[in-house]
Design a protein around this ligand. Structure first.
Ligand code: ADP
Length: 756
């Protein structure tokens, strides 16, 4: 049996064979019966990059074949080893660099001496180049056949000698039919007589690309783009041409064309529209910038309205289509403003300016060209705005003025003013208030009474403030106040402050020092008390004096009377005259003292009050006065008289005094006297009216004084105490005396008695 070592020997011994094997440009590969590598020649090493030394003993299939082929090749190997020559089988092997090589194999079984298969001798040709070419060719052919381009092989006479499937499909002919046809049969633009010219051009340029038409078998034409290629192969000339159906493209092109036209149309329209718009826009920009500058001008707070309108009339024409032909006139609050170019024109617009609902003036626009709608709107807008701005200015001015007025008032009035919030922290105080606390007004904000006053006083203020806010009522009170550690009295008015919903937000207070007033009141009270006391003392004195004087006076007058009676004859004429004066003086003195006593009695003692029928009192008086009435021929008319509460005796005296005076001070005419009464809500007024001599105005007050008379005792009797007694009595009843008189015509004496 020949083993692998023996085979090697066999190979090595045959020098000739060895030479061939080692130099041959074919692969020589020996595998054992299991497919393990026994040998390969240097060409194989060269081809694959593997050395025999490394690969010897390795399994052929896994060492060199791609995995996908291994099983198939193994099968072929098993057939070959069974003494079946295998020829021309091609498979790929993989080189050390991973490259695939196509090898065409010729295999022969090697037998041992017993004729059994011991291995396989393989001769391999590298057919990679060929294989690749083949593959390329078939790919090319396939591509050609199935290309989306109709492909034509045309000879120099214009005959189609080959076409692809696409050409058949698009034209509707079979391959056979087409192969017998000419270009002129397909393309109406290439009749046979034009062909030579076309050929020459093609030959010259090598490639021609142009649009034409092809006719289908059914006679219909369709547009094509032809790419003609001039080829020269083995001395024969060819036109290798592609035809591309451009029906779709044409369609798209024509659509595109339509679109383009439409687009152009639109662009044109848009451009026109834009031009129009930009013109309009220009107008608008003019108007808006005019409106803007005019409004800005109008809104300048520090500028005088006159100044503003003067500038406005100059600005306005610029907002119009024809600024130089537009003239403006503004009349407001009797002020007139005209643009400097002003003149009368054929057209006129008038826009009233309304301020607080009343027409305060107008804007007038004059122009020779018709106005645009926008121009109308512009001025309409502006005149409206002007009205509102004037309103705003007036309101602001009024507000400012009233604010200023209030501020000045608050800051400068001598009263102290403060404002507290709900939590009784100060929000505001005026200078005067702050001055008392020796701080600045702004320093008081946020503080409260406890920061400034003794705690008991602060406590009281707080209590009062809370009460006022709870009850929501304004309160006026006199209270204590401390300044520089000294007590003062102040009169305070506190009032709750409210928001616009009526909710109480805090408290506003104003107070002023009444310490002096209080002191003055105290003084007055004291003086009054003193006065009353001294008055009382005086009355007491008058009473005592008049009472005690009466006794010695009575003695004087009785003894002088006695002297006069008994010793008259012994006295000479002169002495008798002196005597008369003494007696008369004593009498007068007596009556004066009597009257004085009466006067002082009127203010003394307990006054019992009772219900009195004044009518009855008057009746009694008239009865008593009958002789006097008769003597003076007086007429007395008594109207309704009321029931009163008072002292009967005293009121009797008052009424009697008045009636006696009314009779006594009569004029040349006999006295006519009216007694009447009037009722007021709280008192009765009783009056006695006469037609007597009357009293000069200047004496009206005087007559109520003690011993005040306007006449000599010779003309009218009396001591001048009657009216003072009346006055005293009436005042003790809580009423008062009045007199009304016209000198020479008569007087009316009245007194009031309160209702009880
Ligand atoms: P007498 O009557 O005692 O003089 P009165 O006090 O009664 O004192 O009056 C004071 C003065 O007032 C009178 O002197 C008189 O001048 C004036 N008088 C009072 N009553 C009248 C009267 N009815 N008409 C004019 N004068 C009067």
């Amino acid at each position: 049996m020949l083993n692998s070592g023996e085979i090697s020997n066999f190979i090595q011994k045959k020098d000739f064979a060895v030479n061939i094997i080692e130099t041959a440009k074919v692969i020589i590969l020996v595998l054992d019966s299991k497919g393990f590598i026994l040998y390969f020649n240097p060409f194989m090493e060269e081809l694959t990059g593997y050395s025999l030394e490394d690969m010897k003993g390795k399994e052929w299939f896994s060492a060199f074949l791609p995995e996908k082929d291994r099983e198939d090749i193994k099968k072929i190997f098993l057939i070959a080893i069974e003494d079946m020559d295998v020829r021309g089988n091609v498979n790929t092997i993989i080189t050390s660099k991973g490259q695939e090589l196509y090898i065409e194999w010729y295999s022969k079984t090697l037998k041992d001496k017993n004729g059994r298969s011991a291995g396989l001798l393989n001769i391999g040709y590298d057919v990679t180049e060929r294989k690749k070419l083949e593959e390329n060719m078939s790919f090319l052919e396939y591509s050609m056949e199935n290309s989306s381009m109709a492909t034509f092989w045309i000879d120099s006479s214009g005959k189609l000698f080959n076409v692809n499937m696409r050409a058949c499909k698009t034209l509707g002919y079979s391959q056979e039919e087409l192969k017998n046809m000419n270009v002129s049969d397909l393309d109406p633009f290439f009749p046979e007589h034009l062909w030579p010219e076309h050929w020459r051009e093609l030959k010259e340029k090598g490639v021609l690309i142009f649009n034409s038409f092809h006719r289908r078998k059914d006679g219909s034409l369709f547009p094509v783009e032809i790419t003609a290629n001039y080829l020269k192969f083995r001395d024969e000339e060819y036109n290798f041409a592609f035809a591309f159906d451009i029906t779709e493209r044409k369609k798209i092109e024509s659509e595109l064309e339509k679109y383009r036209e439409k687009l152009e149309e639109m662009v044109k329209e848009r451009t026109e529209e834009l031009e129009r718009k930009s013109l309009e826009l220009n107008e608008r920009v003019k108007e808006i910038s005019c409106l803007y500058s005019a409004t800005r001008l109008l809104s300048e707070p520090d500028k005088d309205l006159g100044e503003i309108l003067k500038e406005t009339v100059e600005i306005l024409p610029s907002g119009f289509q024809y600024p130089s032909l537009t003239y403006i006139r503004i009349v407001i609050d009797n002020m007139e403003f005209k643009s400097s170019n002003f003149r009368d024109a054929s057209l006129k617009m008038n826009f009233p300016v309304t301020v607080f609902g009343k027409e305060a003036g107008f804007f007038e626009i004059y122009c020779d060209e018709p106005f645009l709608k926008e121009e109308y709107t512009l001025i309409d807008n502006l005149s409206g705005k002007t009205g509102r701005i004037i309103e705003k200015r007036k309101t602001e001015y009024a507000l400012w003025a009233s604010e200023l007025k209030h501020r000045i008032l608050l800051e400068h009035i001598p009263q102290k003013i403060f404002h507290k919030d709900r939590d009784l922290n100060y929000i505001y105080c005026n200078d005067n208030y702050a001055a008392d606390l020796k701080i600045k007004p702004e320093e008081i904000v946020g503080k409260n009474d406890y920061d400034f006053y003794p705690s008991d006083l602060a406590e009281k203020y707080r209590f009062d403030d809370r009460k006022i806010m709870e009850e929501g009522k304004t309160v006026e009170l006199e209270e204590k106040y401390v300044k520089n550690g000294q007590d003062f009295y102040v009169n305070t008015v506190k009032t709750p402050t409210r928001d616009k919903n009526g909710e109480i937000t805090g408290l506003f207070g104003i107070f002023w020092d009444i310490t002096e007033k209080k002191e003055a009141e105290e003084n007055l009270k004291k003086t009054m008390e003193e006065l009353t006391r001294s008055n009382y003392d005086l009355e007491q004195f008058a009473y005592v004096a008049s009472h005690d004087l009466q006794e010695p006076l009575r003695k004087i007058s009785s003894f002088t009377e006695l002297l006069d009676r008994k010793y008259k004859d012994r006295l000479d004429e002169k002495a008798q005259k002196y005597m008369f004066y003494i007696v008369d003086g004593a009498k007068r003195m007596q009556s004066l003292i009597n009257d004085l006593l009466m006067f002082s009695r009127a203010g003394r003692g307990d006054m019992g009050f009772e219900k009195i029928n004044m009518k009855e009192i008057l009746d009694d008086i008239l009865t008593d006065l009958q002789p006097l009435i008769k003597k003076e021929n007086a007429r007395i008319v008594v109207e309704h008289l009321p029931f009163l509460t008072g002292n009967t005796l005293q009121l009797h005296q008052v009424m009697q005094n008045l009636i006696v005076n009314a009779i006594k001070f009569h004029s040349k005419n006999p006295p006519l006297i009216q007694v009447f009464s009037k009722e007021n809500e709280q008192e009765w007024v009783i009056s006695v009216r006469d037609n007597g001599i009357g009293i000069e105005n200047q004496y009206l007050e005087r007559i109520f004084g003690v011993f005040q008379r306007l006449h000599t005792k010779e003309k009218y009797e009396g001591s001048g105490i009657g009216l003072s007694i009346c006055k005293k009595i009436v005042e003790r009843h809580g009423g008062h005396m009045m007199v009304d008189s016209i000198y020479g015509e008569g007087s009316t004496f009245s007194f009031t008695i309160p209702k009880r």
